[in-house]
Design a protein around this ligand. Structure first.
Ligand SMILES: Cc1cc2nc3c(=O)[nH]c(=O)nc-3n(C[C@H](O)[C@H](O)[C@H](O)COP(=O)(O)O)c2cc1C
Length: 398
């Protein structure tokens, strides 16, 4: 059995923020910036955390709270927590076999794991390594119908019943850190090459002996001489269909009879169109602040979307979720569950599967504690009544 270096002792991390500090120490500069960075001035990245911070909680007291209920029914399955791991690409840059570690950590807790189109492991490899995984697959708006159709057939063949179509990234956001760190796609600048040498543990654990792996799902569509990260990055860039519109989505709806979820919706009118097309779910998301800088925090867009869509399809939210109280606030405002992006990536970057599991355990503990302290120990009883705009806002206690 392969032995992994487990990195700094992730078990000492008492919060997602502490895991992030450890991840920053462990990763070379370019990998950390890839994980953490947002687009342009990172206004949206900052708003995602501020949006949660601006919501205050007003607890009720003397409510028995020895037992908390955090289950959620999502797409026909009962989950123990209102959480799924969201899609993130190039994960093996953070830790060898990171996709498999994330899938295992989610599966241990009975939670779904979403595999990105640009994952380092293919969907077939994930299912082989983690046969019981509740696998969701994320698709980009790809140009070539053959590639799109083949990916859908493969997803269906491996037992994936939920497809997330990412609609906010047909063009790549202006990520300046990427431009600084790479002289060409996937070609590190000299400064960054030296920085990699200064991280021998990361190199041994992540690069040795094969170097960075290719993009597992896409490899077969590339000409043999381009089957490397640079070729794959170029291929995916050329494949993004900037003409993809609601009609194209309607055609995809016809071709994918299983659950179809649109990821990257912020406007309530788009939520209404998605309902009219018969979609099964929406992810209220700004891509973790990595796409259009200046858009509002996802949590600030949720109330209007919930008003338009609640009860008509499944509502998910991501971007900025780092605390159990964030999950509580999202659920109180109408989300059925949240997707995790960076939170579990910090964990996997410092401790592989166990690190990702630690991140999930921290959030689960925080959520249970917060529900109890709020006086609403059953998540399914939670509504907006304990929320107020900010601690200084006056409100009437009913
Ligand atoms: C390193 C990284 C890679 C990502 N890759 C993808 C991807 O391949 N497909 C996708 O739809 N979203 C991708 N996202 C966006 C996430 O799915 C999610 O929307 C975002 O991370 C949520 O914000 P948070 O990280 O603040 O929780 C990525 C995000 C990060 C941080």
């Amino acid at each position: 059995m392969r032995r992994y270096y487990s990195g700094p002792d992730y078990r000492r991390a008492r919060s997602i923020a502490e895991l992030a500090v450890m991840a920053r120490r462990r990763l070379p500069h370019f990998a950390w910036e890839y994980l953490e960075g947002g687009a342009e001035d990172e206004l949206t990245l900052g708003r995602n955390r501020q949006g949660f911070a601006d919501i205050a909680l007003l607890p009720r007291t003397l409510v028995p709270c020895s037992v908390t209920h955090t289950q959620r029914s999502l797409f026909g399955r009962t989950l123990p927590l209102p959480i799924a791991i969201g899609p993130t690409g190039y994960n093996a840059m953070l830790y060898r076999d990171a996709d498999i570690h994330l899938a295992r950590a989610a599966t241990e807790l009975g939670l779904p794991f979403t595999l990105s189109t640009v994952s380092t492991h293919s969907m077939e490899q994930i299912v082989e390594a983690v046969p019981e995984v509740n696998l969701w697959f994320q698709l980009y708006c790809l140009r070539a119908p053959k590639v799109r159709q083949d990916l859908l057939q493969r997803a269906s063949a491996v037992g994936c019943t939920t497809l997330l179509l990412t609609c906010d990234a047909v063009l790549l956001g202006n990520r300046e850190w990427d431009k600084r760190n790479f002289v060409r796609p996937r070609q590190l600048s000299l400064r960054n090459k030296f920085d990699v040498l200064a991280h021998p543990r990361w190199m041994a654990q992540t690069l040795w002996p094969q170097g960075l792996p290719n993009l597992g799902n896409l490899e077969r569509y590339l000409p043999r001489e381009q089957r490397n990260l640079e070729g794959a990055a170029h291929f995916i860039g050329s494949q993004m269909d900037t003409g993809f519109d609601w009609d194209a989505l309607a055609r995809l709806r016809d071709r994918w009879p299983q659950r179809l979820v649109l990821k990257g919706v912020l406007h309530p009118a788009d939520a209404e169109t998605a309902i009219a097309l018969g979609l099964d779910g929406l992810v209220v998301s700004n891509h973790g602040g990595r796409q259009l800088d200046g858009v509002p925090a996802s949590i600030d867009c949720l109330p209007a979307i919930a008003a338009a869509a609640k009860g008509k399809l499944t509502l998910l939210l991501d971007s900025g979720v780092r605390r159990g109280t964030d999950i509580l606030k999202a659920c109180a405002l109408g989300a059925d569950a949240v997707l995790l992006g960076r939170a579990t990536l910090y964990g996997v970057a410092v401790g592989g599967k166990a690190g990702a599991r630690h991140a999930l355990d921290l959030l689960a503990q925080e959520l249970r504690l917060a529900l109890s302290l709020l006086g609403t120990p059953d998540l399914n009883q939670l509504d907006r009544s304990p929320l107020c705009a900010s601690p200084s806002t006056s409100f009437t206690v009913s």
